[in-house]
Design a protein around this ligand. Sequence first.
Ligand code: HEM
Length: 179
Amino acid sequence: MTKVPNQQSPVLTFSEPTQWVNQVSQKTIDIVKATAPILKKQGQQMTTRMYEIMLHNDPEVKQRFDMSAQADGSQPAKLATAVYSYAAHLDNPEALKSMIKRIAHRHVQTHVQPKQYPIVGESLLQAMKEVLGATATEDVMSAWAEAYQALACLFIETECLLYEEEKLGFQSLTKVDPD
Ligand code: HEM
C-alpha cells in the first residue's frame, strides 16, 4: 500500500515574525521608517543598482536568478516593494508575515543559502547609499545595516525550517512501507 507522506510536521512550524522588533533599537526603527517614503519613490532605481553591483561582484549568484526577470525589471520591482514594505512596517511585524513567508518559499525553491545574505546585504546597502545621496548619513546607514541584519536572520531561520520540513517530507517518503 502506498502511503502519502505527512506534509505537516507536528514539530516544525513557521517562525512567528513577531520578535525582531526586540532585535532592533527604537532609534533604528525611527530612522528606517523615515526612509520609507524615499524608498517608495526610488526603490526600483535602488534595487536595479543593487543587482548590478551584486551580479558584478559575485557572478556565482547570477546563476540563481532568472535573468529575464532582471531585464524586464520585474525582479528589482519585487525586491523594491519588499524593502519598502519592510521599512514602512518595521514596527508592525504582523503586517509583513505573509510577505516573509511567500519570499522564503521562493528562496527555498531556488536554494538560497544563509551564506548569501551578506552578499545581498552589502550590495543593497551600497546601492542604498548611492541612491539616497545626502540622506545616507552614517546614522541612516548603520540603522539600515542593523535592520537588514534582523531581516536576514528572520529569513534564514524561516528558510532553515522550510528546508527541514522538506527533508522530513522526503525522509517519510523514503520510509514508506513496501507493502
Ligand atoms: C533580506 C534579503 C532579501 C529580500 C528582501 C529578498 C526579496 C526577494 C523577493 C521579493 C523575491 C521575489 C519573490 C516572488 O517571486 O514573489 C525574491 C526572490 C528571489 N531571491 Fe531574494 N531576497 C533577499 C535575499 C536573497 C538572497 C540572500 C538571495 C541569494 C542569492 C536571494 C535570491 C533570490 C532568488 C534566486 C529569487 C528568485 C528569483 C527568480 O525568480 O528568478 N534573495 N527575493
